[in-house]
Write a protein that binds this ligand. Structure first.
Ligand code: GLY
Length: 578
C-alpha cells in the first residue's frame, strides 16, 4: 500500500479476502452484496470530485461511500450522515465512535435549521474536584486516561434523534457498519501505526484484550471487530435500548470498575441529546450557521470574522504578515473570551448575544494596531454584561439538505479503554472541562467557573460544524477535527474561500496557523511561508512550527449546481457521491 500524493490516491489491496473466518458468516452481507462497488478490501482515497446529485466527505473512503450509497438508495443527507457516522465508528476507530459524542448541524432544503447536541455529559457522581488530590493538585492523567475520564456517551442517542429527519429505516443505515465490523476491512498505514502505538495503553486501560490488540498491525491487514458487530446489532434491533440499556449498558458499567470510572446504569438510561438553536451571522454577503454552546466554535468564528471584517483583508493577500497578524489578533481576543465566558448554557449564563455583536467586536479591536504584536498579558477576556482527535464529515444531498457533523472521543482512541465484550472505545471528554481553574487541558486551553465540572453538565467543546448559505440558498458544509484549533481552522477556511477566492480544495489544504490567547504563540504548520514567519517574528510575535493540524472536510455547491467535495490532504479523507 502506498500513498501517492501527486495523484492523491491511496490504493489499498487486501492481503486476503479468503481469510474471513467461517464463524463470522452468520450475518448475511445484505449491504455489501447489494453494493459491490464498495469493497472493504480494496478501496481508494478520492480527494476531490464534483457530483451531480449528492456528496459526502469524511475521514475514511468506506464511510463516505456508504453515505453516498444511502442517498442513491433514496435517502437524504440525514440518512447519509447517520450511515457515515456508524461506519466511521468501525473503520476509523481513533475518532469515529459510538462511545463518544458530537454535534449535528443541518439546514433542510426548506430553510429550517437544526442543531442536535449529543455531547457527552458528566456522570451523576461527578464533582468539580474529582481530578484533584487532597492538596488540590491535578492528578496527572486521571481526566485523560482510562474509564475515569469518560463522559456519558451521546453518539448513539444523537444519531437516533437525527433519524427523525431521515427517510430510510435505522436498521438499513446501521447495516454497513455491522458488515464492516463482522466481515472486516483493510486498514491503512495510518491506522496500523495508530493501533500499534496505543496497544500498550489499550491493554493497560481495558479489562480485557480486544480486536485492536490481537497483533502488530501493518498496512493491508484486515481488521475484524466481532464484538463491535454484536453491539451494533443490538442497536439495530433495539434502538436506544440496544446501547443505553441491557447487555451493552451492563458491559459499560462493568468496564467502569477496571479504572475507577463512575458512569452508572441510570446515567446511561437518562442520557438525552439536546436541540440547540444554531448560531447565525453574516459576513460579506454570506450567511454563516454554526454550533452554539456547549460548543465554543460558533461564537469564536462569529467573533473572529466580525473583528476582521472592517479591515479589508481581501487586499492583504493570503498568508501574508498583514493578513495573518490581523487574524491572529482576532484569535487572541476571541480565545481569551472562550476561557472566561463559555460553558454549558444549561449551567452557565453564556453571554452569546453580546459576544457575537458587531459593537463588541469593534470594541475588542479598539486597541488593535496593524503591524504591532499584541500581548496576551495585556489582552484579557472582555467585560460583558450579560488528539487532537475528533472527526468531521459533511453531506449535501440532491434536494439541497446540508448536514455537518463533528464527533469525537476527544483524544485519539479516547481514553484507550475498549469496553470488554462490546468492542468500542470510550471517550476521555471529561478533560474538556476545566478540571482546575487556570490549569491547561490536553489542548493547552484553560478555563474557569463557566466550564467547571458538575453532574449532568456538558463540557465546553471546540467542535465547529458549519454551514454557509448565499441569498438563502445552500452553499457550503464544512468542519474539522483538532481540539482548540478547530474554530481557527474553520475561520481560516472560510476567509480563504470568501476573501481569498480559493476553491474549496485549496482552502482546506492551505497551510494553517493557530493562536489561542494562552500560550501567547502563533503555531504554524511546517509548510507555512517562511517569509511570513520571519516577518511575524520581526513584529514581535513568538512563532513556533508544529505538525499538521486538523483534517478539514467540506462539500460546496458550485454555480452550475454540482456538489464539489474536498477531503483534506492531511489524512485519508475521501469524497464520494453520485
Ligand atoms: N474534544 C474536543 C472538543 O470537543 O473540542
Amino acid at each position: 500500500m502506498k500513498l501517492n500524493t501527486s495523484k492523491t490516491t491511496l490504493s489499498i489491496i487486501a492481503l486476503s479476502i479468503l481469510s474471513i473466518s467461517t464463524s463470522t458468516q452468520a450475518h448475511a452481507q445484505n449491504f455489501l452484496k447489494k453494493h459491490p462497488q464498495i469493497n472493504p478490501y480494496q478501496y481508494e482515497v478520492v480527494k476531490e470530485k464534483a457530483f451531480d446529485h449528492g456528496a459526502v466527505t469524511s475521514a475514511h473512503p468506506l464511510a463516505s461511500m456508504v453515505g453516498a450509497a444511502m442517498m442513491q438508495e433514496g435517502g437524504n443527507a440525514f440518512d447519509a450522515a447517520i450511515a457515515t457516522q456508524f461506519s466511521l465508528a468501525v473503520v476509523f476507530p481513533g475518532a469515529g465512535n459510538i462511545g463518544g459524542g458530537g454535534f449535528m448541524l443541518a439546514r433542510k432544503a426548506n430553510g429550517e435549521i437544526l442543531g442536535i447536541d449529543y455531547r457527552e455529559a458528566a456522570p451523576s457522581k461527578a464533582n468539580r474536584d474529582m481530578y484533584l488530590d487532597e492538596k488540590g493538585n491535578v492528578i496527572p492523567g486521571k481526566s485523560r486516561d482510562g474509564a475515569s475520564a469518560s463522559g456519558i456517551p451521546g453518539s448513539v442517542a444523537g444519531m437516533i434523534s437525527t433519524h427523525t429527519y431521515a427517510k430510510l429505516p435505522l436498521a438499513v443505515l446501521i447495516e454497513p457498519a455491522i458488515e464492516f465490523a463482522e466481515f472486516g476491512y483493510v486498514i491503512t498505514e495510518k491506522e496500523a501505526k495508530g493501533l500499534n502505538s496505543e496497544k500498550a495503553n489499550f491493554l493497560k486501560n481495558s479489562s480485557a484484550a480486544s480486536a485492536f490488540t490481537q497483533k502488530e498491525w501493518k498496512a493491508g491487514d484486515t481488521l475484524y471487530q466481532p464484538e463491535l458487530a454484536a453491539t451494533l446489532k443490538r442497536i439495530q434491533k433495539n434502538g436506544l435500548a440496544g446501547f443505553y440499556e441491557g447487555a451493552t449498558a451492563d458491559m459499560i458499567v462493568k468496564e467502569m470498575e477496571h479504572s475507577a470510572g463512575i458512569i452508572t446504569k441510570e446515567d446511561l438510561k437518562n442520557y438525552k441529546p439536546k436541540f440547540r438553536k444554531p448560531l447565525e451571522f453574516d459576513y460579506k454577503g454570506h450567511h454563516i450557521i454554526s454550533f452554539a454552546p456547549p460548543s465554543s466554535g460558533g461564537i469564536l468564528i462569529a467573533q473572529m470574522m466580525k473583528m476582521i471584517a472592517p479591515f479589508g483583508i481581501e487586499k492583504m493577500g493570503y498568508n501574508t504578515e498583514a493578513s495573518v497578524s490581523l487574524m491572529v489578533e482576532a484569535q487572541r481576543r476571541a480565545y481569551a473570551d472562550r476561557a472566561e465566558h463559555m460553558g454549558d448554557p444549561d449551567y452557565w449564563k453564556v453571554p452569546t448575544k453580546t459576544l457575537i455583536s458587531d459593537a463588541y467586536a469593534a470594541d475588542r479591536m479598539k486597541d488593535y494596531q496593524p503591524g504591532v504584536a499584541g500581548s496576551s498579558k495585556i489582552t484579557q477576556a472582555g467585560q460583558v454584561h450579560e488528539s487532537e482527535q475528533t472527526t468531521h464529515f459533511s453531506v449535501i444531498d440532491g434536494e439541497g439538505n446540508m448536514v455537518a457533523i463533528t464527533t469525537t472521543l476527544n483524544d485519539t482512541y479516547g481514553n484507550k479503554t475498549i469496553v470488554a465484550g462490546a468492542g468500542f472505545l470510550l471517550n476521555n471528554e471529561m478533560d474538556d472541562f476545566s478540571v482546575k481553574p487556570g490549569v491547561p487541558n490536553m489542548y493547552g486551553a484553560i478555563g474557569g467557573e463557566a466550564n467547571s465540572i458538575q453532574p449532568g453538565k456538558r463540557m465546553l467543546s471546540s467542535m465547529t460544524p458549519t454551514l454557509v448559505t448565499v441569498n438563502n440558498k445552500p452553499y457550503i458544509s464544512i468542519g474539522s477535527p483538532g481540539g482548540t484549533t478547530i474554530p481557527n481552522q474553520v475561520y481560516e477556511g472560510l476567509v480563504n474561500i470568501i476573501d481569498h477566492k480559493m476553491t474549496l480544495k485549496e482552502a482546506v489544504d492551505g497551510p494553517r496557523f493557530h493562536h489561542q490567547w494562552i500560550p501567547d504563540v502563533v503555531a504554524v504548520e511546517a509548510d507555512f511561508p517562511e517569509a511570513t514567519v520571519n516577518a511575524l517574528k520581526e513584529k514581535g510575535y513568538t512563532v513556533t512550527k508544529r505538525g499538521r493540524f486538523g483534517r478539514m472536510d467540506g462539500v460546496q455547491i458550485l454555480p452550475n449546481g454540482k456538489r464539489t467535495a474536498a477531503g483534506d490532504k492531511r489524512g485519508d479523507d475521501s469524497v464520494a457521491g453520485y
